[in-house]
Write a protein that binds this ligand. Structure first.
Ligand code: GLN
Ligand code: ZN
Length: 793
């Protein structure tokens, strides 16, 4: 037998985000479910044909497709549908497993996005107002999954046979696939206990009840002719209680029995891990977890190779799937180095026990480079998106089977690209590197302690107690987007565009003044996106036309690419800030994106550690901070909403990350005088576990998300924040106007734990997704609440 090539999952959106368009058209009632499913079927077929017939991949995945999210798919498949949705949509509990269509589809989307029905007067339809299930970041990626909910009385039942339909569909096109499912243990570990469950209940306790459904799945697939099935168990790369080892054992013994028991050919079980090192949990798998295949991520955790190889060697039938092509980033692979890894695996295990694959599902990489007609050709030559990555996998497999000479030409071209990238002056800028060496302790500390700064700032700004502000952006209306598009197309001139933006700024400042906001913002109308905007003004960044990756549901993001040493050629926001300040006597807050967020929301260089890349970004922001201050902008906000998401998956690595990321924030923010007030903003409130690091950032004021998490941060016993803090007092994600009462309630709660003169009053996050009238009414209520509290002792 020969070495095989495989993929673990393909991006679902389609080359032109067809899935997004069709799903959104369905949600807005413009197309029917059968029209939606027709497009979906074509898309799936295209992806299978592309991978198998055009690119020549041996093992092609199925059931990696999803209308919203693969974790939701799996929860749905096993019948983990919370009662509140069941009650509305599923009248007959004896349903046979069905495809995801009709009523099932409505249930599914209600879980993903919520569901509202407000009947008109006189109608006897009930009012229905169901919230969406919780969404959470998928490990340390920017993908978000729906968090399954489990009840202690949970009954599981095979409810949806999407996995089987997809397998059969591919087969009908003559394509044999390997179905992908979230494994039973990770499904439970990724889920949460439903509200009102007893405190000692953990979903993993349901494993025994869940396994029969998985057995059924295996049985159905075996009967349909599937030869192997991929169970994703990414939780294996995390810190796990050793008791969970028992759960893995129980689960996979059961699945392996089911595989052998089925009348058909036994189906092979592949356990798939990614995003980290499994060695700390190796005892969960070796010596005797009854699996046929194991996948490991050798891009994120190459250090596990030797250990896993020698463990696999002793497991005589185990196939090892080596994830050597980066599924999380967009760089071309060094085929020569990757081939060394293939050779090493083959030398130990033999050809028939090695599978060549991406490190994880390609869900996190854009579709293909074909559409990138405007990228600088040098940069483009260094990149590989999903399609190109599959080509690399196929080439490496060919080399493993037929000798390296069989890919001579391709290898030569590849090595040329790798070499040019390594030495290109586009990437390596000696001046930037020199500057990095000059970073010293003084550059990452404010001149005085917070108390001293506070006194000086009080004198200058003379802000009242409970000062009010907003997080930065104001409504990005259709007109704003239209004007930007017209400008980008060249339909309107720079002057016309600037004039338009200036009018928006004026409107925004007038609205804030009318509502008596104390610290004014300009509204961020000139920015599409807080990272892209700054990236476009920095050297070392490239932008794609079509490099979309799924963030959640139908939402995609197009992360810019940091390919080289980063610096700021000239000021970015100074003119706009000066103009905005000229319109008001109140202090105007300059608005910047922090270095860690710039890093987290970009595709980053893989030729150096994240730390120097972030330091370069920090120096660029620092220059901007310095220039803003010189231009008379004395309150500057540096947003770091992504700081938390950069946390490594294992606790033992948190400190190292937090040390350098906090230092990078300090590097960006500490050039200023005591009298300049630095703000930061973060879109989360669960930061008590990293509160020390956040305190070390030493921002004069921090604003955080809070209203949706019900003052969660206050609940933490040890919570103390040394500087000033504005826990958002209303949720900007909803169009509803927050009442004064609810905001008063939140403020009262805050007062129980925070010093009166340390509290700021502000919304949760930027207002860009809201409408002008909503913002107006909400801010009016907000300032009235602040004013009322000022008069109270
Ligand atoms: N200043 C940004 C805004 O208001 C912050 C956005 C964010 O936190 N994600 O839009
Ligand atoms: Zn935010």
């Amino acid at each position: 037998m020969r070495v095989l090539s495989a993929n673990l999952g393909f991006p679902r959106m389609g080359a032109n985000r067809e899935l997004k368009r069709q799903v959104e058209a369905f949600w807005s009632g413009k197309v029917t479910d059968s029209a939606l499913l027709k497009v979906v079927n074509e898309l799936r077929k295209d992806h299978w044909v592309l991978q198998k017939n055009q690119l020549g991949l041996d093992i092609v995945p199925s059931n990696d497709f999803s209308l919203y999210d693969q974790v939701l798919d799996q929860a749905f498949t096993v019948g983990a549908i919370p009662k509140r949705y069941r009650d509305v949509f599923i009248k007959n509990d004896d349903l046979l497993p069905s495809a995801l269509e009709g009523n099932m589809l409505s249930t599914y989307f209600a879980m993903a996005r919520g569901y509202q029905q407000f009947p008109t007067e006189g109608s006897n339809l009930p009012v229905i107002d169901l919230e969406a299930m919780e969404m959470k970041k998928w490990f340390d990626t920017n993908y978000h999954y729906i968090v399954p909910e489990f009840d202690p009385t949970q009954q599981f039942k095979l409810t949806c046979n999407k996995f089987l339909e997809e397998y059969k569909q591919a087969k009908s096109f003559g394509i044999e696939t390997r179905p992908v499912l979230i494994g039973p243990v990770s499904l439970l570990l990724l889920g949460k206990a439903s509200p009102n469950s007893p405190a000692d209940f953990a979903p993993i306790q349901l494993l025994e009840r869940l396994l029969p459904v998985y057995e059924e799945i295996v049985k159905h697939l075996a009967e349909a002719g599937a030869r192997s099935v991929q169970f994703d168990e990414p939780c294996l790369v995390q810190d796990l209680d050793s008791k969970i080892s028992q759960s893995y054992h129980e689960a996979y013994s059961c699945l392996s029995m089911a595989a052998k028991k089925s009348s058909a050919e036994p189906i092979k079980i592949q356990l798939t891990t990614y995003f980290g090192n499994i060695v700390p949990n190796l005892a969960f798998i070796f010596p005797n977890l009854p699996i046929d295949g194991l996948h490991i991520d050798l891009v994120r955790a190459p250090q596990q190779f030797e250990t896993v190889l020698s463990a696999a060697e002793k497991h005589p039938t185990l196939q090892l799937s080596i994830g050597i092509i980066n599924g999380r980033n967009i760089w071309k692979t060094d085929l020569s180095a990757a081939f060394d890894m293939v050779k090493k695996a083959v030398a130990v295990l033999g050809t028939d026990r090695v599978i060549v694959t991406p490190s994880c599902s390609l869900l996190h990489t854009p579709h293909s480079l074909d559409a990138e007609t405007e990228l600088n050709p040098d940069v483009k030559d260094w990149l590989a998106f999903s399609v190109e990555k599959i080509k690399e996998i196929v080439l490496l497999t060919k080399a493993a089977n037929n000798g390296i000479d069989s890919i001579k030409d391709e290898l030569e071209a590849n090595q040329r690209s790798i070499q040019t990238r390594r030495t290109s002056p586009k990437i390596h800028n000696p001046a930037v590197q020199e500057r990095l060496k000059s970073i010293d302790h003084d550059m990452i500390r404010r001149r005085s302690t917070f108390d001293k700064r506070w006194e000086k700032q009080q004198e200058i700004f003379k802000l009242p107690d409970f000062p009010t502000t907003t997080i930065g952006s104001f409504p990005q209306t259709g007109e704003v987007r239209k004007a930007r598009a017209a400008f980008k197309r060249g339909d309107i001139s720079q002057e016309e565009y600037n004039k338009f933006i200036n009018e928006e700024i004026k409107k925004c400042i007038q609205l804030q003044e009318k509502n008596d906001i104390d610290v004014i913002v300009h509204g961020e109308f000139e920015r599409t996106d807080m990272v892209e905007f700054f990236g476009e003004h920095l050297e070392g960044y490239a932008f794609t036309k079509n490099g979309w990756v799924q963030s959640y549901g139908s939402r995609c993001v197009k992360p810019p690419i940091i390919y080289g040493d980063v610096y700021r050629p000239k000021p970015i926001t100074v003119e706009v800030a000066k103009y905005a300040q000229s319109l008001t006597k109140k202090p105007l807050k300059g608005m910047l994106t922090g270095p860690v967020t710039m890093l987290q929301w970009s595709f980053v260089r893989d030729d150096q550690h994240h730390k120097p890349t972030t330091q370069q970004l920090a120096l660029a922001i620092r220059d901007e901070v310095t220039d803003l201050e010189a231009a008379g902008i004395n309150i500057i906000q540096i947003d770091e909403p992504a700081l938390r998401e950069g946390l490594p998956l294992r606790h033992s690595e948190w400190k190292e990350y937090l040390d350098w990321s906090v230092d990078c924030f300090l590097l960006a923010s500490c050039s200023v005088a005591d009298t300049t007030q630095i703000h930061t903003h973060m879109c989360y409130s669960d930061f008590y576990d990293i509160i020390d690091a956040i305190s070390c950032m030493d921002a004069d004021v921090i604003t955080i998300e809070n209203s949706r998490s019900d003052l969660k941060f206050l609940g933490a016993e040890s919570f103390t924040y040394p500087n000033e803090i504005g826990p958002g007092i209303y949720d900007i994600h909803s169009p509803r106007i927050p009442s004064k009462e609810e905001m008063e309630h939140r403020l009262k709660e805050m007062l129980k734990r925070l010093k009166r003169n340390s509290i700021w009053v502000n919304p949760d996050c930027g207002l860009k997704t809201r409408k002008w009238n909503e913002v107006d009414l909400a801010l009016k209520n907000m300032t009235e609440v602040a004013k009322k509290f000022r008069t109270m002792g």
